[in-house]
Write a protein that binds this ligand. Structure first.
Ligand SMILES: *[C@@H]1O[C@H](CO)[C@@H](O)[C@H](O)[C@H]1NC(C)=O
Ligand SMILES: *[C@@H]1O[C@H](CO)[C@@H](O)[C@H](O)[C@H]1NC(C)=O
Ligand SMILES: *[C@@H]1O[C@H](CO)[C@@H](O)[C@H](O)[C@H]1NC(C)=O
Ligand SMILES: *[C@@H]1O[C@H](CO)[C@@H](O)[C@H](O)[C@H]1NC(C)=O
Ligand SMILES: *[C@@H]1O[C@H](CO)[C@@H](O)[C@H](O)[C@H]1NC(C)=O
Ligand SMILES: *[C@@H]1O[C@H](CO)[C@@H](O)[C@H](O)[C@H]1NC(C)=O
Ligand SMILES: *[C@@H]1O[C@H](CO)[C@@H](O)[C@H](O)[C@H]1NC(C)=O
Length: 371
């Protein structure tokens, strides 16, 4: 702790005047904090604070209010601190960030909000113009997976034109809202470790030139062709994928062949199948295309479609052959039809003959009875 320690001369005769002026000059240190004007640093670490203390000196460039019980960053809490470069509010219980909370911090470069319970970040919490933040640490800081929408709205409003590093690990994120990253044109380093992502969309990284993307410990079973082409459009990217639950059926073929020719996956040796059971722990990089037997009967829906098509073709061929045989035997068939007709005719005549005989007999009988 560097307490307020005015020089002796002032303390003696000018003491009263200085005491009157001191609050105006804002050079005092809030009671629970440690201030170093030489280092332009203020620390309020583990002081059981429930709000951001008032009276933080204006000279402060580095402010650490960590390990407290702060629940809210209000609109006025940081208004005066235009010299702040580094601000850490890590390890608090912040659930609400109010409108304009960070907008006056025109020199801010590093903002650490890790280990909080952010549920609501006001869309205008950050300055839309002159937003100077370069690194934003939101490790383990979202209250639940819904809070990412609040963050996306703040990104959309906040003009983060200089943000180059974004840490979002351990937030339970299931999907990235559409266009969430598209305003972050300088973003190079994106850490999404230990979330629950299952997919990358065509637009997810559109407009970015990422250099580092960490997707380890997520829920990817594979990366489909849409995801792969989204990654291909990041030519300088190093990608990390280990500890995802890869399912080594035919859906992983695209990923395997892409990995075979792409240099982007930095931890390619550490990727393993978790399913199906007989493939468990098989190394993805060693899986040859033939192991999956995707072009035989295994190919799920495709196989079914293929077999329907094959059945159609076979039936068609049988039909054509049948017609052809008919055509070849047309004379025999004519003969056969003729003989059939003759037989029928004979039969009919025979029936007619018998009928006539019968009816004649009947008539004879009836006429005898009439008599
Ligand atoms: C942006 O920054 C420039 C110079 O740094 C300043 O003149 C201007 O007033 C700022 N604009 C806003 C909206 O803060
Ligand atoms: C963004 O970074 C550039 C280059 O480092 C710098 O010149 C510019 O002032 C920064 N913008 C803001 C708003 O801080
Ligand atoms: C972000 O915060 C986490 C947790 O507090 C910490 O481990 C990590 O080093 C921080 N990252 C950066 C870039 O400061
Ligand atoms: C996240 O928390 C908010 C506020 O408690 C709640 O309304 C929302 O349903 C939660 N979302 C999820 C996915 O649990
Ligand atoms: C992963 O994130 C969860 C919260 O979503 C956290 O509880 C857990 O400790 C994290 N695991 C690792 C290995 O960081
Ligand atoms: C897979 O590897 C893990 C540890 O690397 C091991 O505990 C497990 O028994 C292995 N499973 C199979 C099916 O080989
Ligand atoms: C990977 O590429 C090599 C040559 O570059 C090729 O021989 C091999 O068949 C490919 N494997 C797969 C699974 O595509």
């Amino acid at each position: 702790m560097i307490p307020w320690d005015p020089p002796g001369t002032i303390r003696s005769s000018w003491g009263l005047l200085f005491l009157l002026l001191a609050p105006l000059s804002c050079q005092r240190c809030p009671a629970p904090c440690e201030c170093s004007e030489a280092a332009r640093t203020v620390k309020c670490v583990q002081k059981e604070l429930v709000s951001i203390p008032a009276g933080i000196p204006k000279y402060t460039r580095n402010l650490f209010i960590t390990g407290n019980q702060i629940t809210c960053v209000g609109s006025q809490d940081l208004q005066e601190l235009s010299n702040l470069v580094t601000l850490s509010l890590a390890n608090n219980r912040i659930n609400t960030v109010a409108s304009q909370a960070f907008s006056a911090l025109q020199s801010l470069r590093y903002l650490d909000l890790s280990h909080n319970h952010l549920a609501s970040i006001h869309p205008t919490a950050f300055s839309a113009r002159n937003n100077s933040i370069r690194e934003l640490n939101l490790s383990h800081s979202l209250y639940n997976s819904s809070a990412v929408r609040s963050l996306a709205a703040a990104f959309a409003e906040g003009g983060f034109q200089n943000l180059s590093r974004l840490d979002l690990p351990s937030n339970g994120i299931v999907y990235l809202p559409l266009g969430m990253l598209s305003g972050l044109s300088r973003l190079e380093h994106l850490d999404l470790r230990n979330n629950s992502l299952v997919d990358i969309k065509k637009s997810t990284f559109a407009g970015l030139d990422l250099k580092y993307l960490d997707l380890t410990l997520n829920a990817f079973k594979t990366l489909r062709s849409e995801a792969l082409s989204a990654l291909e459009r990041q030519p300088n990217l190093r990608l990390f994928l280990k500890d995802n639950p890869f399912v080594c059926n035919c859906d992983i073929e695209d990923l395997l062949s892409w990995m075979n020719q792409s240099q982007q996956v930095a931890d390619v040796e550490k990727l393993y199948c978790v399913f199906p059971h007989d493939m468990k722990n098989a190394s993805l990089v060693k899986l040859a295309g033939s192991d999956l037997e995707c072009h035989s009967s295994q190919h799920g829906e495709n196989a079914l479609q293929t077999s329907y098509a094959a059945l159609g073709v076979v039936l068609g061929i049988i039909g054509v052959i049948f017609l052809f045989v008919l055509y070849l035997n047309r004379k025999g068939i004519k003969l056969w039809i003729n003989s059939l007709r003759d037989t029928c005719q004979n039969l009919m005549e025979e029936y007619q003959y018998r009928y006539e005989i019968e009816s004649e007999r009947h008539i004879t009988q009836v006429s005898t009875l009439d008599v």
